[in-house]
Design a protein around this ligand. Structure first.
Ligand SMILES: [Fe+2]
Ligand SMILES: [Fe+2]
Length: 245
């Protein structure tokens, strides 16, 4: 089953059933799948701790407190499920390494949490939709299983954002959150020039360049902000080279 090294023009297109098959395919495949899994291990945990748990205290009423609890529980659950895949692949410590700069963030208000779920979780949906057709079946299956929960987070965020933007007292907070959160989300997709992305595409773990995924996110989030919320969308660049977004 070990093919000659795949290229960007001729990427690996097989299906890898489990960790044992991944290892048989070689260390580069394990590295490619492992790096993507490890980034989700770290970011699901950081997101739950930095965004979702603090939101429980900010929630204005019992139903929102319950929903924030549910979302926090699901995000911690995502962390555990990605961790299971990391362990199967023999990754020593998938929590080691840098979390995204987006997680150096202090959540300030409930409207901000609503916008965060609509926008940051939309980025997660864009990334998971791509993984739902990747060559590593355990990762493909996990992404497919988690997508309904991520889509629920986005729809919750959109619904609450729409209610809040209609409230004159909350509208400025919604607009401010959009201005703050869109640029913060762009690094999620990785640098424009990325050896990792090429590795992922050669092995069919990913199928798009980082800029293509970032562009899809910008398109989808702009539609929500401009058409649904009636707010301006921040000036953003589809390219990102590692500096402040
Ligand atoms: Fe998640
Ligand atoms: Fe989520």
């Amino acid at each position: 089953m070990r093919p000659s090294a795949p290229t960007l023009e001729h990427p690996f297109t097989g299906e890898v059933a489990d960790a044992e098959e991944a290892m048989a395919l070689g260390p580069e495949y394990v590295l490619a799948a492992g790096k993507v899994i490890a980034s989700h291990v770290r970011n699901e945990l950081a997101g739950a701790a930095v965004f979702d748990e603090p939101a429980i205290a900010l929630a204005p009423g019992p139903k929102d407190k319950w929903l924030a609890c549910r979302i926090a529980m699901e995000e911690y659950g995502h962390h555990l499920k990605f961790t299971k895949l990391a362990v199967e692949l023999g990754l020593d410590d998938a929590t080691a390494g840098r979390t995204l700069s987006v997680f150096d963030y202090e959540l300030r208000s409930w409207p901000e949490f609503a916008v965060l779920k609509a926008i940051v979780d939309l980025a997660e949906v864009v990334l998971m939709e791509e993984l739902a057709s990747c060559t590593y079946l355990p990762l493909r299956n996990l992404a497919t299983t988690l997508l309904p929960e991520e889509r629920f987070h986005v729809s919750f965020g959109k619904r609450r954002s729409l209610e809040l933007v209609a409230d004159p007292a909350a509208r400025p907070l919604v607009a401010e959150a959009v201005e703050r959160l869109v640029p913060f989300t762009l690094p999620f997709f990785g640098r424009s020039v990325s050896a990792n992305n090429e590795l992922f595409r050669r092995w069919g773990i990913k199928s798009h360049t980082n800029d293509d995924s970032r562009a899809a996110f910008i398109r989808r989030s702009r539609r929500f902000v401009v058409d649904d919320l009636g707010l301006p969308f921040p000036e953003v660049d589809v390219r990102w080279d590692g500096g402040p977004a």
